[in-house]
Each structure stands twice: as structure tokens, then as C-alpha cells.
Design a protein around this ligand. Structure first.
Ligand code: NAD
Ligand code: IPM
Ligand code: MN
Length: 333
């Protein structure tokens, strides 16, 4: 069983080191292979997703990815983010699960990940007009909505589908497909909500949501908001899944260039992504739960500066490892 680890840029290598330690402790039988990706790969090979890295990801059982992105390439023709978009389509990971939990809040955003504005035609017309287009095929909507219905069925039986059907053609089709699918899931109560209202309600009443499904760009924005109301970006993990083949597990947050290299990044989102990898990638729910509990214990006892504490990335990781190997962990494992 092979895990490909892509450390990435900025704080990526710092939090990837935490994940490496957690996996070595919890799942020493998993082979861990590291490959260059993102800005680091552009510098080394002129390509954010070198052929060797892509081949290794496709041949892996799961991919664990640190954040990518570097201000140095913001205005360049070849950018780290292009490698990430390509990796997601090459892996076919259309369903991006972004859970957010805190006191009284327990929701999962199911974000469509390989369509919409991110992948539509874009360019510049002769008159200087610049355009990006939002395109969806009904089949793309149906497969991600089905995932969300299944997840809702396994959880509380409530699903909120978020769109902009009062304006967008793609949203009206999205809403129609979700409604048609609802007939297959009589046990799931589904509601439609416009995205502007959804943003307001996520900020003011996040506890009312359970499973949320939405298109790519809305999901990107709303998942940062959901992270913010449940403790911050440093805590938010994600799992991107296809129908078969390796999943891609990565934090919701970016490379945090403002704090990179200082050893103070919060590795909780990366460690929670590692727990999602153990659960969804390998069916190792017990180890995933043990890691989740150890991260919760470290968050309570040894918080990093983004949470008002003073622990370094390494000190936080020490606390997680301590909770994993301590006497309490022996009981839960
Ligand atoms: P960001 O998520 O990197 O940072 C936003 C704020 O949150 C910053 O103040 C940062 O310090 C803080 N933060 C984020 N993660 C943290 C952590 N683990 N611990 C403590 N603080 C943390 O967003 P940005 O600054 O807009 O983007 C920076 C770069 O990251 C851009 O190049 C962007 O394209 C890229 N990005 C990559 C991914 C990804 O790889 N999936 C996701 C988002 C952004
Ligand atoms: C995320 C990020 C990416 C996205 C960027 C870096 C392309 O913001 O994973 O949320 O927009 O999907
Ligand atoms: Mn994002």
C-alpha cells in the first residue's frame, strides 16, 4: 500500500513533516513516497505537476497533499495552481468533502471539484474583453449530488443544495437535477438555497446545516467561511474522491506565505486530512479516529498562535504523538 506525499509550498513542508510523523506512528506499514509539486516543481522542472509526480499519484493508493502556491508566480504564465487543477482532473476526484466541526456545529460541504468556472473556456477577445465561462453537464451534477444524498442518508438525512438559480442557467439545471434525484432518496429532506443567503446563514446560524452540496466556485468560498466559523483555516481538512482510484487528501487552506518558514503553522488541518486518508483511502477507521482524538487533545492543551496559543508546529505535533502513544490512546486503539 502506497501513499504519495506532496509537501507543496510555503508552510507545506512544515505541516507535511507532521503528517509524516503521524503516519509513521499509526500506519508504519504504509509506504510513503515524496514527489515535487507546485512552485517547488516549477523551480526544479518548469512544471508544477511533473510527469513523474503525476505517474506516482496515479499509481498510489492515496495522495496526501500539502498546500501549494507562491506569490513569486502570481503573475507568471506557469503557476502552481494549474498543477493542482490538473491533478484533480487526472485523478477524477469530483467529490470534495470539506467537514467543519465545532461546538454545536457539524456540517460537511460536498464541493463539485472538476467542473464549473475552474474548467470552462477562458481567454481574451480581440477587443480586450477577458472571459471565464461556467459550464456543467447534467451528468457532472448528478454524480456529485448522488454522493451528497448518500452522505446525507448516512448522517442526519438532511441535505442543502446551494446555487444561484435566480440568475444562472447552470444553477437552474443544477436545481432540476437535484430535485429529480431526490425521488431516489425519499428518506433525505432536501432544500435549495441561494448562495448569497447561504453565506449569510453560514456566518450567523451554521448549526442549521448538515450536508451541503454545491458547485466548484461556491464550494471554494463557502468552505473557507465554514472553516472560519469553526475555529479557523488551520483546522479544516478535505477529502477528494472519485468512483475508483486514489483519493486526494489536502487541507482547505493555502500555503500561508505570511507565516511560512517560521515554524508556527497549525498542522491540524493536514493531520485531519491524514485521518480522512486513513478512513476513506484505506478503510482504517480506528486509526483515523485515534488521530482525530489526538489532534483534538493537542488543540485543547497545546494550541498554535492562530488559535491564541504559543505552540510551534513541532510542539503541537509532539503533543499529537504523545496523545497517540500515551496510556489513554492505548485504550482507544
Ligand atoms: P491561505 O489559506 O494560505 O492563508 C490565509 C490566512 O490563513 C493567512 O493569514 C495564513 O497565515 C492563515 N493560515 C492558513 N493556514 C494556516 C495554518 N495551517 N496555520 C496557521 N495559519 C494559517 O490563503 P492565501 O494567503 O489567500 O493564499 C496563499 C497561497 O495559497 C495562494 O498562492 C493560493 O493560491 C494558495 N492556496 C492553495 C491551496 C491548496 O493548495 N489547496 C488552497 C488555498 C490557497
Ligand atoms: C482550495 C484552493 C484551490 C481552489 C486553489 C489553490 C486552486 O483555494 O483548494 O480551496 O480554489 O480549489
Ligand atoms: Mn480555497
Amino acid at each position: 500500500m502506497k501513499v504519495v506525499l506532496l509537501p507543496g509550498d510555503g508552510i507545506g513542508p512544515e505541516i507535511a513533516a507532521s503528517a509524516r510523523r503521524a503516519l509513521a506512528e499509526l500506519a508504519p506499514d504504509l509506504a510513503l513516497e515524496e514527489h515535487p509539486f507546485g512552485a517547488a516543481a516549477i523551480r526544479a522542472a518548469g512544471n508544477p505537476l511533473p510527469d513523474e509526480t503525476l505517474a506516482a499519484c496515479l499509481a498510489a493508493d492515496a495522495v496526501l497533499k500539502g498546500p501549494i502556491g507562491d506569490p513569486e508566480f502570481d503573475a507568471a504564465d506557469v503557476r502552481p495552481e494549474q498543477g493542482l487543477l490538473r491533478l484533480r482532473t487526472e485523478l477524477g476526484v469530483y467529490a470534495n468533502l470539506r467537514p467543519a466541526r465545532a461546538d454545536g456545529i457539524d456540517l460537511v460541504i460536498v464541493r463539485e471539484l472538476v467542473g464549473g468556472l475552474y474548467y470552462g473556456a477562458r481567454g481574451v477577445r480581440e477587443d480586450g474583453t477577458v472571459f471565464d465561462t461556467c459550464e456543467y453537464h447534467p451528468a457532472q451534477v448528478e454524480r456529485v449530488a448522488r454522493r451528497a444524498f448518500e452522505l446525507a442518508r448516512a448522517r442526519s438525512g438532511r441535505l442543502t443544495s446551494i446555487d444561484k438559480a435566480n440568475v444562472l442557467e447552470t444553477s437552474r439545471m443544477w436545481r432540476r437535477v437535484v430535485r429529480e434525484l431526490a425521488a431516489d432518496y425519499p428518506d433525505v429532506a432536501v432544500e435549495d438555497m441561494l448562495v448569497d443567503n447561504a453565506a449569510m446563514q453560514l456566518a450567523t446560524a451554521p448549526e442549521r446545516f448538515d450536508v451541503v452540496v454545491t458547485e466548484n466556485m461556491f464550494g471554494d468560498i463557502l468552505s473557507d467561511l465554514a472553516a472560519a466559523v469553526t475555529g479557523g483555516l488551520g483546522l479544516a481538512p478535505s477529502a477528494s474522491l472519485s468512483d475508483a482510484g486514489p483519493g486526494l487528501f489536502e487541507p482547505v487552506h493555502g500555503s500561508a506565505p505570511d507565516i511560512a518558514g517560521r515554524g508556527i503553522a497549525n498542522p491540524a488541518a493536514m493531520l485531519r486530512s491524514t485521518a480522512l486518508l486513513l478512513e476513506h483511502g484505506f478503510g482504517r477507521g480506528d486509526e483515523a479516529a485515534a488521530l482525530e482524538q489526538a489532534v483534538d487533545a493537542a488543540l485543547a492543551a497545546t494550541p498554535t498562535p492562530d488559535l491564541g496559543g504559543s505552540a510551534t508546529t513541532v510542539e503541537f505535533t509532539d503533543a499529537v504523538l504523545g496523545a497517540l502513544t500515551g496510556p489513554a490512546a492505548a485504550r482507544t486503539l
